[in-house]
Design a protein around this ligand. Structure first.
Ligand SMILES: [Zn+2]
Ligand SMILES: [Zn+2]
Length: 356
C-alpha cells in the first residue's frame, strides 16, 4: 500500500538539492490484523511540525521512514477480539499513534508516556490504511468531520500542554510560536480561563490568525522589545503561564524573563539534541521560584481532546489539502510556511450527513 516516507535523510530546508532530505511514496505491506487490532482506511493525515525533524534523522537514519501520526479515517476491519471500545466497521475514527502497553512499570505507575513498548504500534498513517491496537482508536463525535478529525492528535498535545501548565482561571498566559500546536494550545488555554492571552510570533499571518481566535495581544519578537511589551500587557507582573511551542533555540531563553514570579514555563516542543540553554539558578529558580517542564507525548489527553474538538476553531487549519500522490509537493508547501497546516487526503471518503 502507498505510504508517505522519508526516502533520503537531510534537512527539507537545505537550499542544496544534492544534500536536501527527500519525501516520497513507497510501497509498504499492510500490518497483519491482530485479534485486538483495528484496520482504518485513512481519510486524512496532516503534516506535523515534527515530520521534518524525522527527515533530519532525529529518531534514526535508516530509510525509508514512514510518516503520519495525525489522521482520521473509517474502520475497515476489526480483529476478532477488538470489541472493548464498541467500534464497528464503518465508524469514523481518529486516534493515538502510540500504543501504551498498560503492563510495563511506567504504564502501571501512571506514566504511560514512558511506556517501554511505546514504539511497537507506531505505524505510519500517511498511507492508504493503518492498523492499530483498539486502545489507540477513538470514535469521532458526529459533528466533527473527518477533515477536522485528523487534528485530534495535535489537539491532544495542546490538552497535555494545558495539563502541565497547571493553569488556574484568570492566569496571564503567553505562548511563543504560532504554528499549529501554539495556536491550538492558545485556544485550549483560553477555555481554561487564560487572561492577557498573548502570542509571540515573528510571522504576521500567524499573529493575525491568533487574534482571530481569541488572543488578547500579540508580540513580534523581532521588531518589538519582547520584555517591554510583556511588562505592558501584564501591568508589570509578567505571565503566570508561559508556553514555548516554537522549538526555537533563539526564542526560548527570553521566556524566563517574561514569566511572573512563581510562574510555570512549559517547553512544549522538540529541540535540537545538542542545544543547551543557559539557566541562572539563582535568578530563575531561587528568587523567582519558576517551575520548568516539558511535554514528550500526550497520555490521558485523548478523551478530553475529543471533548474539546467540536468547540475549537479549526477551519483555517484544514484549507490546504493535497492528494496522497502529491505528498512531495505537500511537504514543500509545509516547509514554505505559507499555510497554518497541510493535510493529505489519503483516500476519497465521504463523511456522510451531519459532520461539520
Ligand atoms: Zn505531531
Ligand atoms: Zn507500557
Amino acid at each position: 500500500m502507498k505510504t508517505v516516507a522519508v526516502t533520503k535523510i537531510g534537512s527539507l530546508r537545505d537550499p542544496d538539492e544534492q544534500s536536501r532530505g527527500r519525501i516520497g511514496l513507497v510501497d509498504f505491506a499492510e500490518h497483519p490484523l491482530g485479534p485486538e487490532d483495528v484496520r482504518i482506511r485513512v481519510a486524512y493525515s496532516a503534516i506535523c511540525g515534527s515530520d521534518p525533524h524525522l527527515a533530519e534523522g532525529f529518531f534514526g537514519t535508516e530509510v525509508p521512514i514512514g510518516l503520519g501520526h495525525e489522521l482520521s479515517g473509517v474502520v475497515e476491519a476489526l480483529g476478532e477480539k477488538a470489541h472493548r471500545n464498541g467500534l464497528r466497521v464503518g465508524d469514523r475514527v481518529a486516534g493515538n499513534f502510540l500504543r501504551f502497553c498498560g503492563t510495563c512499570m511506567p504504564c502501571r505507575n501512571g506514566k504511560q508516556q514512558f511506556c517501554e513498548h511505546i514504539q511497537e504500534y507506531n505505524r505510519p498513517g500517511m498511507a492508504e490504511t493503518v492498523t492499530w491496537h483498539e486502545s489507540q482508536v477513538y470514535k469521532l463525535p458526529a459533528n466533527v468531520s473527518l477533515l477536522k478529525g485528523c487534528l485530534l492528535e495535535p489537539t491532544s498535545v495542546a490538552v497535555r500542554i494545558a495539563d502541565k501548565t497547571n493553569i488556574k482561571v484568570g492566569d496571564r498566559v503567553a505562548i511563543c510560536g504560532g504554528g499549529p500546536i501554539g495556536q491550538l494550545a492558545m485556544q485550549v488555554l483560553k477555555m481554561n480561563g487564560a487572561t492577557s492571552l498573548t502570542l509571540i510570533e515573528p510571522i504576521a499571518e500567524r499573529r493575525e490568525m491568533a487574534l482571530r481566535h481569541g488572543a488578547d495581544a500579540v508580540i513580534d519578537p523581532v521588531a518589538e522589545d519582547q520584555y517591554r511589551r510583556a511588562q505592558e500587557i501584564t501591568d508589570g507582573q509578567g505571565f503566570d503561564v508561559v508556553v514555548d511551542a516554537s522549538g526555537s533555540p533563539r526564542a526560548v531563553r527570553g521566556l524566563l524573563d517574561i514569566a511572573a514570579k512563581g510562574a510555570t514555563v512549559v517547553y512544549g516542543a522538540m529541540y535540537p539534541h545538542d542545544f543547551e540553554m543557559p539557566l541562572n539558578l539563582s535568578d530563575y529558580l531561587y528568587l523567582k521560584e519558576l517551575t520548568l517542564t516539558g511535554v514528550f507525548v500526550s497520555p490521558y489527553a485523548f478523551p478530553r481532546a475529543l471533548q474539546v474538538l467540536p468547540h475549537l476553531e479549526l477551519d483555517e487549519f484544514t484549507e490546504a489539502v493535497f492528494d496522497l500522490d502529491d505528498a512531495a509537493a505537500a511537504f514543500e508547501a509545509h516547509v514554505s510556511g505559507k499555510h497554518p497546516k497541510i493535510v493529505i487526503r489519503c483516500n476519497p471518503i465521504d463523511d456522510g450527513a451531519g459532520a461539520a
